[in-house]
Ligand binder design. Structure first.
Ligand code: PBE
Length: 317
């Protein structure tokens, strides 16, 4: 038995070897040209050309007023590899549904992406393209800005927003829970406040209650900033404030804090995303520093795309 088995193994081996030789013979013989072509197709640079063509030299963007849209227009001007490209601007919801479609079909797509964002929780296989020119910056922070005179007019509210600090994972957990459950951000933010009293008590340390004082928080329309605004609204209402959250365009956030229409905003992204808007009014509001660190913006692709850097894209012809 054992001997027999051994012989079969030998035959199989020799047969296999013959097949290999035949296959190798074909490779170096008549099939030569075909082979060369498919090798080229598999090489990095060819497939990257195909990505640029396949996405029609278009980056799938979000709202025209967003800082990341403005920054992407700058990137298109600064990178030779993006010359002749366009960023299609519509809305965050439209971008999300384009991304959804592409990921289901494993098709190439390049989006303007950011953290904190629920996208990264839903599609963990997304990656930022390297940005050797640093157009999108490194780490972004989200800042708290207040109108001039707030410290004197509403010292307790001022102290509270000044002490407000939290982490990327706090903000992301609210955004993701809202996406998963279908509950709106305000409802989830209220739950978060109940469940995170230790964090909340750090912010309210030394803050006295008031009796119906009004407070206007100016925000942007993205879930990230709606999360911070509604968390703050919940905390303030418990202290006796009457809070309005106004979601507006980025430009209006800065304008309304500068002219004193709004009391505070927890929404500015710096040093890159909102730089142009910030610089325009920088001497007309008070900057209380970051309320969140470790944010990021950039061009983002699904990781099934074999490309690592913005410079590996190809200019439109
Ligand atoms: N974002 C989310 C915003 C700020 C918050 C990155 C889309 C923007 O680009 O302005």
């Amino acid at each position: 038995m054992i001997k027999n088995h051994h012989r079969w193994t030998q035959y199989t081996f020799i047969f296999g070897l013959l097949l290999l030789l035949i296959a190798a013979g074909c490779g170096s013989g008549g099939g030569n040209e075909d082979n060369a072509e498919s090798n080229e197709e598999n090489s990095g640079s060819e497939s990257k050309t195909n990505y640029s063509e396949a996405v029609d030299y278009t980056i799938t963007g979000i709202e025209p007023g967003a800082g990341i849209s403005v920054t992407t227009e700058k990137a298109i001007k600064k990178y030779d590899s993006l010359s002749g490209w366009e960023v299609s601007l519509s809305s965050t919801a439209a971008m999300a549904s384009e991304l959804d479609k592409a990921v289901k079909e494993e098709e190439p797509i390049i989006i303007t992406g950011w953290n904190p964002h629920w996208t990264f929780a839903k599609y963990p296989d997304m990656k930022y393209l390297d940005d050797p020119k640093g157009i999108y910056g490194e780490e972004e922070v989200i800042k708290t800005i207040v109108r001039q005179g707030l410290k004197e007019d509403k010292p307790n509210a001022y102290k509270l927003v000044d002490q407000f600090k939290w982490d990327v994972k706090d903000m992301e957990s609210i955004m993701y829970e809202s996406k998963e459950t279908g509950d709106d951000i305000e409802t989830v933010a209220k739950r978060w406040v109940e469940d995170n009293q230790d964090k909340v008590s750090e912010w309210t340390k030394g803050v006295e209650e008031v009796d119906g004082e009004t407070f206007e928080l100016v925000s942007t329309p993205w879930d990230s900033e709606r999360s911070s605004a509604f968390v703050m609204k919940t905390v303030m209402e418990k202290l006796g404030y009457e809070v309005t959250v106004t979601p507006v365009d980025v430009a209006v956030v800065f304008e309304s804090i500068a002219n004193g229409d709004g009391d505070a905003s927890l929404a500015p992204w710096m040093p890159v995303t909102h730089k142009d808007f910030y610089d325009k009014y920088s001497d007309q509001f008070e900057d209380l520093g970051p309320n969140l660190k470790g944010a990021k913006i950039g061009l983002v692709v699904p990781s099934y795309m074999d490309i690592e850097s913005i410079k590996d894209l190809k200019p439109a012809k």
